[in-house]
Every structure is written in C-alpha cells, then in structure tokens.
Design a binder for this molecule. Structure first.
Ligand code: BTN
Length: 265
C-alpha cells in the first residue's frame, strides 16, 4: 500500500519516509496525537483502510468502512501560538479541494467550516486538533481528513444516505485511492509551506470555495438556534453572519454548527 502511495508522489517528496499505513485503527487522529506526543516529526502521515472510531467535529462520529474511503492524518509542527493557527482548517479545506480537482477533475465546495461537498452532499470532512504548551504555543497540530471514495448510495448508513456522496458517485470515473492520497499529500505539504506567508491568498480561495457564503442559515449552539445570512468568512476562518435582528457577528467554528434553512446545506 505504501509503495502504491509512494508511486503517486514526487521522487523527492519530503514526507514519503514518514508514512504509516494501518489496515484497521480506531482513529488516525487519535493515533497521530499519540505519536505527536512521543515526538514524531513534522510530516508524519497516518493512513487507514478502516476506522472503528472515526471522529468528526463537535464530538460527531465519521463513518469509516473498510476499503472505500480515505482516512488520513498528518502531524504538523508549525512554530507559532495557537491564536495564529485559527485558519488551519480553512487552509486544509482549500488544499483538499485542490487535491480532488488534481486527481479527479472536479472541484468540491466547502460547507463552512470543514465539510467537503459535491452536488450538495457531504463528500468528506476535516478534523484539526492542536497540542499546546502551557503558554498556548503549538507543540504540534494534527490535521485529519476523511474522503468518501468508492461508496455507492446503499453503502452509506440510512441516516446519512440522503446527504452523503463519494468521488465515484459524483465524478463518474474510476477512482484510484492511491492517486487521490498522493494528490492530498502533495497539497498538504504545499499548504504547510505557505500557511503563514500566503495567508491572504489562502483565505481568498477559501471564500471562493465556501458555498455557505450568501446562504440563509441557522446557527446552532447547543439548544440555542439563531437565524441569519452568511456574509463572509474573516481572516481567522470565523463565519460573519448577519442575524435576523440586523446585527452582525463573527461566529467561530469551535462554538457553533450551522445548517441551511432547508436541509444539510
Ligand atoms: C467531520 O466530518 O466533522 C470531520 C471528519 C474527519 C474525519 C477524519 S478521517 C481521518 C481522521 N481521523 C478521524 O478520526 N477523523 C479524521
């Protein structure tokens, strides 16, 4: 498996020697946090064929059946304070749009903040997690990405079937998972290089990829639901919302989830 992936990477790709593959694992993010705490270097990559405890944002699970999706986490070691890394999920989102476009010829959109979307359905998601020291500086970041690749509608559990899609369903071409993984790693490595030096360009691309901007949405924080219009995404990745009482507020992804007024989007 690692050989297949390596054959889809440039010869001098700096992360090739740090790729770990697992047939089955609870969560590549959980394992990456374990390895990160033991000192695993920047660019350590974990890829699994199946996850038994795939995790999403806000404590949700991520359905990760064998052989049909990509479940991948990378350890990054940016030298910065946590407050300088608020845009990491957005940067990963646009990097994954680049990767899917390069490998499959179709560019997903992004439902703020971390869902990859094709044909108004969820293609995948991103879960970023940080390890910080006592002053809030970053020890390491784990960027985890799940992408549905070869599923057919009947492969998805009933509760998500209506809102889930895969590359195979949307692109209607044969999908080579190793090729997609190769494109993802190339995009992630590039993203890690330009994360701070090209932040404005990254965020401009994110706004262009983000299908939530311009939509009427509900903003959900626990039991509290508020209605408004998504106006933009700010430089730190917060969603700027004009609420129905007229006031405007930047809502952060750590605090809320959003829904379209009429369904998933
Ligand atoms: C979401 O939908 O909210 C994010 C889903 C992120 C899933 C990926 S799969 C690889 C990595 N390992 C995990 O447990 N989660 C992420």
């Amino acid at each position: 498996m690692i050989e297949h992936i390596a054959s889809n990477l440039p010869k001098d790709f700096p992360w090739t020697t740090h790729i770990h593959h697992f047939d089955i694992i609870d969560s590549t993010n959980t394992k990456a946090k374990e390895l990160g705490a033991k000192g695993a270097p920047h660019g350590t990559v974990l890829i699994a064929d199946q996850q038994t405890g795939g995790r999403g944002r806000l404590g949700r699970s991520f359905h990760s059946p064998p052989g049909s999706g990509i479940y991948l986490s990378v350890i990054l070691r940016p030298q910065c304070h946590a407050s300088e890394l608020m845009h990491l999920t957005c940067a990963t989102g646009t990097a994954m749009c680049d990767a899917v476009e390069a490998a499959c010829g179709i560019r997903p959109g992004i439902k703020w903040t971390n869902d990859l979307v094709l044909e108004k359905k969820k293609l995948g998601g991103i879960l970023t997690e940080l390890s910080l020291n006592s002053t809030g500086n970053v020890n390491f970041a784990v960027v985890g990405i799940g992408i549905n690749c070869t599923q057919q509608p009947s492969d998805f559990p009933e509760d998500i079937r209506a809102i889930a899609t895969s590359l195979k369903m949307a692109a209607a071409i044969p999908i080579d998972r190793s090729r997609v993984i190769g494109a993802m790693l190339v995009s992630l490595e590039k993203m890690s290089q330009i994360l701070f030096t090209q932040k404005a360009q990254i965020m401009a691309q994110y706004r262009s990829d983000c299908i939530t901007v311009g939509q009427e949405i509900s903003v959900i924080a626990g039991e509290n639901v508020r209605y408004g219009t998504a106006l933009s995404v700010d430089e730190e990745g917060a969603l700027v919302v004009q609420f129905s009482d007229g006031h405007t507020e930047a809502v952060s992804s750590g605090e809320v989830s959003i829904r379209g007024m009429y369904g998933y989007l």
